[in-house]
Design a protein around this ligand. Sequence first.
Ligand code: PGA
Length: 252
Amino acid sequence: MTRRPLLAGNWKLHLGPGAARSLAAAIAAKVGDVAEVDVAVFPTALAVPAVVEALRGSMIGVGLQWASPHAQGAYTGTNSSVLAREVGCSWLLAGHSEVRRDLAEDDARVRSSVLGGLDAGLLPMVCLGESLEERRADRVEDVITRQLAALYDGLPADRAAVLTLAYEPLWAIGTGETATPDQAQAVHALIRGWLADRFPAFVAAETRVLYGGSVKPSNAAELLAQPDIDGALVGGASLDAESFAAIVNAAR
Ligand code: PGA
């Protein structure tokens, strides 16, 4: 089966509602009606309603960058998947390395957030990846399989198949340094093989594994041409409508 490419923009803590609305409208004008690939953007939570509004009528989905596993209640300072759904999100990002680093999110919390997202009807996109030290110590496989095991433990195949993964080597995020297509493909193949060993064949066949880490118009086509790379999670280059549209078009 062929997996539909998915291109996602992670806007991180950039752009308040006004600037996010403008960027969303500019992206929609360029690729809002693209039917052969899926496109999604992750604005800051405060800008989500403005972006949902700007993208209404387009094919572009919107997601929350982080969610508590709880639906609602006495959890000051957090956001939930249930409320994200209510304001029009379809996606949930989980396990981004900046959240793991800055908010002490560990594998267990990533998993709870993902389960909360599934329960709320969101499509979780889960980030994994190794640090530079781990790569140098030849521990890539250990790290990736540990993250996969924690995420998928006990998950039934029909729920597992809903997840999207994003392989984001930490040393390539925001550094301008990209994994080579061969380096990325090797990890993507490892991930798909791991899924194939543990679930019925449709899970590995259907799961989209995106690459993230300094993806830009000049390197997108090469990365996306790899057999196990099904799209990209784009940080810096997604903040410019022209660059992001060029990356989306590279996947068509
Ligand atoms: P980058 O960020 O494209 O700026 O490296 C990717 C990400 O953090 O998702």
